[in-house]
Design a protein around this ligand. Sequence first.
Ligand code: LMR
Length: 400
Amino acid sequence: FWATIPEGPPDPIIGVNDAFKKDTSKTKVNLGVGAYRDENGKPYILESVQKAEDILYQKKLDKEYLPITGAEEFTRLAAELAYGKDSKPLQEGRIAVAQSISGTGAVRIATGFLAEFYKGPKVIYLPNPTWGNHIPVAETVGIKVERYRYFDKKTIGLDFAGMKEDIEKAEPGSIILFHACAQNPTGIDPTQEQWKELSDIVKAKKHVSLFDMAYQGFASGDLVRDAFAVRYFVEQGHQIILCQSFAKNLGLYAERAGTFSMVTSSPEEKDRVLSQIRRVIRPLYSSPPIHGAQLVATILGNPELYQQWLGEIKKMADRIITMRERLYDLLVELKTPGDWGHIKSQIGMFSFTGLTAEQVGELAEHAHVYMTKDGRVSMAGLNEHNIRYFAENMSKVVKG
Ligand code: LMR
């Protein structure tokens, strides 16, 4: 049956992990996938999560199926975290929320729903660059992918004029995907003033805004500040779609805990939307997994654990900032040609270094340092033990 199946290409992000695992060098460094590591390069299980695990264990809960749209306590608390407790549409009961298989699953539900029910142009505008997986998720359901300018190579900053122009030029009613904060891969976000301008353009053009919020808390260390764009758009009356992930901010990568949500115009409309969301989800995976959602709900619903979590987010964000400063200082000390200020000014988990695919290849081959081909470095993979080694090798490939 399968003799003619061609070999598929490795995943641009997850494939880096596989290459890293195969490498037997003792000095190897993995700066590929965006997953937090502690100061010893080890995965970090948050204490708040460990306490929640204990609480759940004591409760001896059953493993009955969840509703198709997930655990109610979880979706309620998750929506409050994203939109704010005082959010008007939330208080008015007109936000449709469904548990999702983390952020990717939420984007899949969103695009699946839009492909079937959206009456406007079935085209989604993604920033250039964006998280690689956005493209196949949209294309799988038959939504056409277009790009808007985002990264300016010259300034290593945001091409805001280009971004505005492209969103303005898009056919009215297009779907525009925004990274809510800590843009992946660039680590460059619009300012609050720029978000306000974007909101005006989106409104004038009657575009649909789809926010992917995978890093709430990771951009600034502050959950509320990181939700600014989402909350501002909602305040301005946009009926946004939101994809929320707890993979990074709670370190729950493999638990796949997230939500899809959509602001509607009335509780009655919300119910109708949810009835169709169930029809999108059911053939995909029937109903979502329970454990991650219970962990999140336990933390969000317990003031003590919540406070502890806030401290832990801050700790993760601060360690990454320290690594940014250390890397910058080392590159300067090593007289690396170029201006490396962006390593410090970019935010979130990644640094978009400007290294070329060729330089990335050299780093893997000669120094056993792994990152995605676009030159994105997961800063969390750096620590006091490997940062000088990395900086020296990075400096070497830049010098040529
Ligand atoms: C990443 O960009 O590294 C993460 O979002 C992990 C993934 O699934 O790609």
